[in-house]
Ligand binder design. Structure first.
Ligand code: ADP
Ligand code: MG
Length: 716
């Protein structure tokens, strides 16, 4: 049976949970519940629901409190039956005139049908195969019904509505009703009831981690949690979510502020080169640095000279010349007597870095070794020895570079390519490699994010940006096409292949599961093979073994294939100057930054290149988004437009590669961006006074709760 609570004013739609949770703050003297102990012990009333909650990963009262709905159904307004609208979810206060049971036809279940009326008209409610409904309904009952209404001939019909007697509203009717993500074996109704009970029991134990001053106009945490689950009115939800977002952002900012504080105590080897040495190194490059590159080199050289570790993030589009900057920095470190390392997220990227950087560094008089797990044991040992002896001046590789077997006697500078693909733990391990002192780090990323955002989410890093591309880049022609153009597009792929050029075909992104995307990649691979039998076509996806995937990509890079069908595994992938076409299917499903990244796979050589965004999306916003990518080749312009177009409105659980995983806050919501700034100021103040948060246990707890796990960080 549902959670039945008495409401004072049933017709107002006032929330049931409001009554249970409207505890008196002054009465918090009852023994406080430990929100982090198992539900079985802390909430005996929920003991029978514990197994169901556990299926959703909810094992403690705190986890129940933070298991937030992903949307709401607004049943709060009571409609007169005469005013019901078809195809909408609505509530009404009705009288039951009659109840009957109809047999199902064939294999259909029985149906319970109730005739309903009010002063303005009549309607019907129907439930399929639910005899127990009938037992709860009597003629002349006064009910609140909430559910989807459809028009059946001349009458309105509620299909399988929730209902409760007037005066005994449940958490399912006549209110703004939360809708949660479910797991197998747990129904929406059951979960809603369990969470309502959990809130009732746990809310009084919720301590507000903020002082009144810090909180300002935000609601109390307990009130925000209550409202986020069971709002009295739809209009209250925003403020509640804002409060929860603030706490989440504060947790992130506290960690960043502590990181900044801790860095003040760390030591790094000061790496200094004279102006003449720097000029010599830069002069030995086969090209002149662009203005942006030169400015970044200058900041890096300044940072390296300090005895505090540099932690700098260099953002710039693919091909903007980040690697060249890294080469100069590595050469400077080596010239000053230190070793350097460069880590890439995959073997193939590491190899490409070695192939690209190696000659550049050699030109600067520096020897670079390649190290990865795939090398023979003997070869690995050789390189380990060379590193230990200091003979290997720069090591380029995968995370094997930081395996415990590797001993750098003088590690001064580490370059991390695509830093967000590295987990926090890996970075920490690397930093521990610098015996006693921490090496300087320079992280490279081709996923640019707007500066406002970068300051907030990379609060522990200095940020440099390259916007200017090296001279002589070929623009990439970008077009938006729908599926009817496929035959012409295929003919175009064939024509390019006949010219000796190569193409990428990226299959639609599937949010629901990797397996589905792989299936669609395989289907597309087969379709293209049938359509273009004269072409050599390859397939790569994330469920292949890394070795098989790398082999296919290497074959493509070597020109042994004409077309590569791929999932997004190629997003931050290989450099194939001979590839001239990027075809993205169902392009509207991708993030704009992602599309820009994909496009960056072509236009890397001297040939004219093309990006075709295939989309059958009809809605205007989708088209406007794709148009942004078509209209600009500047990753920052695209990132800012993305931020703007997404705007507010997609509040819960936005994920974007390169950003920390957030549960409530959305960095695409300008209001939340402002909250993040406020959280940062507060975190600075609090950590400045009390670096370990010893005097603010509730804040320390908050931070621990929201600390992203390693996998979350990696998946981002
Ligand atoms: P990123 O690492 O940002 O993708 P790279 O450093 O690999 O970019 O540079 C891309 C290409 O441009 C490389 O072939 C590189 O040699 C070349 N390049 C880099 N800087 C310049 C420059 N200032 N002038 C001309 N070519 C450059
Ligand atoms: Mg690069």
């Amino acid at each position: 049976m549902g959670l039945q609570v008495h409401t004072k004013n049933p017709a107002s739609g006032a929330g049931a949970i409001a009554m249970v949770a409207r505890y008196d703050r002054a009465m918090q003297s009852s023994p406080p519940m430990d929100l982090d102990e198992p539900i079985r012990g802390t909430m005996p009333a929920l003991a029978r629901g514990a197994a169901a909650l556990a299926k959703l990963g909810i094992t403690t009262p705190r986890e129940a409190l933070w298991y937030l709905p992903f949307r709401y159904d607004d049943f709060s307004e009571l409609r007169a039956l005469g005013d019901l609208l078809p195809d909408e979810k609505q509530s009404a206060r009705v009288r039951v005139d009659a109840v009957r049971i109809e047999p199902g036809f064939g294999r259909q279940p029985q149906r319970v049908i109730a005739q309903l009326s009010d002063e303005t008209g009549s309607a019907e409610a129907i439930w399929f195969g639910r005899r127990f409904v009938e037992r709860r309904l009597r003629p002349n009952d006064e009910l609140i019904v909430s559910g989807k209404v459809t028009q059946r001939g001349w009458r309105s019909q509620f299909t399988s509505p929730e209902f409760s007697p007037v005066g005994h509203e449940s958490v399912h009717t006549a209110r703004v009703v939360p809708v949660y993500h479910l797991a197998a074996g747990v129904t929406q109704k059951r979960l809603r009831e369990l969470l309502a009970r959990a809130l009732e029991a746990a809310l009084p134990a919720v301590e507000d981690p903020l002082t009144d001053d810090e909180r300002g106009s935000l609601p109390y945490l307990a009130d925000a949690l209550r409202t986020a689950h069971f709002p009295e009115e739809a209009a209250d939800v925003d403020a509640a979510l804002e409060r929860l977002a603030f706490d989440e952002l504060l947790a992130l900012q506290l960690a960043l502020a502590q990181g900044r504080q801790a860095r003040q105590q760390l030591h790094a080897p000061p790496i200094s080169v004279t102006d003449a040495e720097l000029a010599e190194i830069v002069g030995a490059l086969p090209f002149t640095l662009t203005g942006d590159q030169a400015a970044v080199v200058e900041s890096v050289i300044d940072d390296l000279a300090l005895d505090r570790p540099m932690r700098r993030l260099l953002q710039g589009d693919v091909g903007s010349g980040k690697t060249a900057v890294a080469a100069v920095a590595l050469a400077c470190a080596v010239r000053a007597g230190w070793q350097g390392a460069l880590m890439a997220p995959t073997e193939i990227l590491a190899r490409q870095h070695h192939a690209g950087l190696g000659p550049l560094l050699e030109g600067l008089g520096v020897r670079a070794e390649f190290l990865s797990g795939s090398l023979s044991v003997a070869r690995k040992r050789e390189i380990h020895d060379a590193i230990a002896a200091g003979a290997a001046e720069v090591v380029i590789g995968t995370h094997a570079v930081i395996s415990t077997a590797v001993e750098f006697p003088r590690l001064g500078l580490v370059i991390v390519d695509e830093q967000h693909r590295f987990g926090v733990g890996q970075r920490a391990a690397l930093q521990a490699k610098g015996s006693g002192a921490e090496p300087h780090t320079l992280a490279l990323t081709a996923t640019p994010i707007p500066r406002t955002l970068a300051l907030i989410v990379y609060g522990d890093l200095e940020i440099s940006t390259i916007r200017e591309l090296p001279p002589g880049r070929q623009p990439i022609r970008t077009e938006i096409r729908d599926r009817r153009a496929l035959p012409r597009i295929e003919a175009f792929l064939a024509a390019e292949a006949a010219e000796g050029r190569q193409s990428f075909v990226v299959v639609p992104l599937v949010m629901e599961s990797d397996a589905l995307q792989v299936a669609s990649a395989e289907a597309e691979f087969e379709r293209l093979q049938a359509a273009l039998p004269q072409l050599r076509i390859g397939l790569v996806h994330g469920q292949q073994k890394a070795a098989a995937r790398d082999a296919t990509m290497s074959a493509f890079a070597a020109g042994e294939m004409d077309v590569l069908v791929a999932t997004t595994v190629i997003e931050v992938g290989i450099d194939v100057p001979n590839a001239t076409v990027m075809l993205v299917e169902d392009a509207e499903r991708f993030g704009l930054a992602q599309l820009h990244q994909l496009r960056g796979r072509v236009g890397r050589g001297t040939h004219r290149s093309f990006c075709i965004l295939l989309s059958d999306a009809a809605d205007e916003l989708a088209m406007r988004r794709l148009d942004v990518v078509r209209g600009s080749q500047d990753g920052f312009v695209i990132a800012e437009a993305d931020l703007e177009l997404r705007g507010a409105g997609n509040v819960l659980g936005t994920r974007q590669s390169g950003l920390p995983p957030l549960r409530v806050a959305s960095l695409f919501d300008p209001r939340h961006l402002a909250l993040a700034q406020r959280a940062r100021d507060l975190a600075d103040r609090v950590v400045g006074d009390d670096p370990t948060l010893a005097g603010r246990p509730a804040l320390a707890r908050l931070q621990a709760d929201f600390a992203p796990t390693e996998e979350e960080g990696d998946a981002a």
